[in-house]
Ligand binder design. Structure first.
Ligand code: SAM
Length: 222
């Protein structure tokens, strides 16, 4: 499928990556510099205490996962477990994912992005990931055919995400109900144990998809 350059999202206010300073103590991981080999690069945004990241890294040794968490105490718990597990294909990053991705990730380089149980932002919907101008930048980092996986227990969040994926971002997508015995993340375990329904949206970046950031890259990565 070839997607026209007159995409709906290109009429939206553009994200301004050049305005974001690098996260504190920022260093480009070896995997980005090309010092280690891997079949595919995967990102996780808001990894919490790292339950999903740790099991994903163990299950898929040929893929490399960069899992980013902003909250200090959650990240510390994640970092401790990551140090014990010693998976060479996992980078646990303490940072705001928006600034970190802008500074570290090259265009068209990521196979998959997980956003599992993001903060609901019910009172601040413009902070929901698919409502943010940053989402266009995130899509520019994804390879053609790459996938974004979003999970939430909030039906209204999922309804909005599905609508945005279809109408604004023009991404082929499928919505599922998460299996009752799924245990990918701490929040997933908690919500399913309470008998809540959890939803998942899988969005694909089609061949020929264009964003305004396809050639934009932080100079330090050049
Ligand atoms: C509801 S928790 C879910 C954590 C984990 N994914 C899980 O399902 O157990 C959402 C997490 O996203 C993190 N987060 C929110 N915005 C973020 C951002 N811009 N960059 C990195 N992490 C972020 C929060 O700190 C929080 O730990």
């Amino acid at each position: 499928m070839t997607v026209s350059s007159e995409l709906t999202h290109q009429k939206q206010r553009a994200f301004q990556p050049q305005k974001l300073s690098a996260p504190r103590n920022f260093i480009v991981p070896n995997i980005i510099k090309g010092d280690t080999s891997h079949d595919s690069l995967v990102l996780e945004i808001g990894a919490g205490k790292g339950k999903h990241a740790l099991s994903f890294a163990a299950q898929y040794p040929e893929r490399h996962l960069i899992a980013i968490e902003r909250t200090r105490n959650k990240f510390d718990a994640f970092a401790k477990l990551a140090a014990q597990q010693q998976s060479p294909n996992l980078d646990a990053i303490h940072a705001d994912a928006v600034a970190w991705i802008v500074h570290a990730i090259k265009p068209n380089s990521v196979a998959k992005i997980f956003i599992l149980y993001p903060n609901p932002e019910q009172h601040n919907p413009n902070q929901q990931w698919l409502n943010m101008p940053f989402f266009e930048f995130l899509l520019s980092r994804l390879q053609n055919g790459g996938e974004v996986v979003l999970a939430t227990n909030i039906e209204a969040y999922m309804d909005n995400a599905e609508q945005q994926a279809t109408n604004i971002w023009r991404l082929p997508n499928e919505r599922y109900q998460v299996a009752n015995d799924s245990q990918r993340t701490h929040f997933e375990v908690k919500y399913l144990a309470r008998g809540e329904v959890c939803w998942e949206l899988r969005m694909q970046k089609p061949k020929g998809y264009q964003t305004r950031f396809d050639n934009w890259q932080m100079t330090v990565l050049n």
